[in-house]
Design a protein around this ligand. Sequence first.
Ligand code: EPZ
Length: 418
Amino acid sequence: MSRIVINGDRRLYGSVAVHGSKNAVLPVMAASLMNQGITVIRNCPDIADVRAMQKILEFLECKVQFKNDCMIIDTVNAQSKELKEELTKPFRGSSILIGPMLVRFGSVKLAQPGGCNIGSRPLDIHLNSLKRLGASWRMTQDYIEVEGVHLTVNDVILRFPSVGATENTVMAAAMLNGTTTISNAAKEPEIVSLCEYLQKAGAVITGAGTECITVTGRGRLHSAEIIADADRIVAGTYMAAVTACGGSVFLENCKIGDCRSFLDVITGMGAKVTVKDNAIFVEMDHRPENLNYIQTGPYPEFSTDMQSIILSVAAKAEGVLKLKEQIFENRFKTAPWLEKMGADIKIEKDFAVVKGRECLNGCEVTGEDLRGTAALVVAGLSAQGTTIVHNADYIKRGYMNLCENFRRLGADIQWEDN
Ligand code: EPZ
């Protein structure tokens, strides 16, 4: 495993171009299987999860070219195959192949998807939604099998607005003849961009970004092209770093709307945020102040992905933050490492109480998941002395050139391959 070495306590100045969104690109790559044609994804980030999805598509005999942020996927000759553990374990995104493979091949068998250990992450909502469309499924400890040759449209009500379940249901519905209504759907920007792609491929979709999505399919999809939006969590990571370290940074290519709930939090903590054309300008010239209370929730509420990262900022902010995690039960695994750096954090079940300290002290810490590792990088950037972040390979799953970008902003940070 690689590590990141940071000599912290430096302000950040300059600009960063935020790369395309991992969680927007992965479902479009999965959906490409359905059109038996060509899918072009521009602004596609070259990160490990995208490469893992590419590997699966190539295993299914799709042709994939990936050069200069542009991915071209040809699924004309795709073939049905069982997806073994070595393909599905590296990332959770493999679960969103269930819908597309089901409608393309009539059945799908895959090993249990892996990904970050941030909670139990069941797939019941995905599978029961596909059951509403006529599929049947079986699950063992190791495998998931779904079958459905004669799928039909239906009304689907999700018991929780799961992002992945909404994606699987929207994708399967886009290939059916007729209209499917999905209630209590997830509203994330990544759902909106998936629906944009499916519309370009021939489906008629209304309500994307609301809790009720209506998908009218014609039994087939065709070739389509999409430009991925900037990654709102990556943008949030840079904004959190500026809030913790001080300085002023332009984030290029960002949609302000997608970052709204996070912006509310960092402006509440004292950062100044202005929007110029397609860029967000973040300035911070004093120690951050803690908000009294934040809770995570489905979009547009405060994102669970930003929760670990904001914990790092709160650890050195003035005052006390009470933070409630409502999405994933294991999302506080970074807290003990922050405590090792001098933070005062008490965790009780889904609650964290953070009493901000004047400063954090660099030391050796270990990444436990993707966003938690990014949180430790943010903590290290703002801490005094040297921080060594072990298990840094998590970063490669979701961030391109993170260390290079922070170095260009004035940080002293190095990636070291072990
Ligand atoms: C997506 O995961 C993202 N991943 C996650 O980002 C993100 O944290 C999450 O949405 C929430 O915003 C991708 O888009 C690839 P969910 P997903 O289904 O789809 C429960 C990152 O770091 N649930 O909305 O897996 C589940 O346990 C990653 O980029 C069920 O109970 O999230 C959780 O408590 C990490 N049954 C809640 O719903 C199900 O069938 C939300 O999960 C499905 C989910």
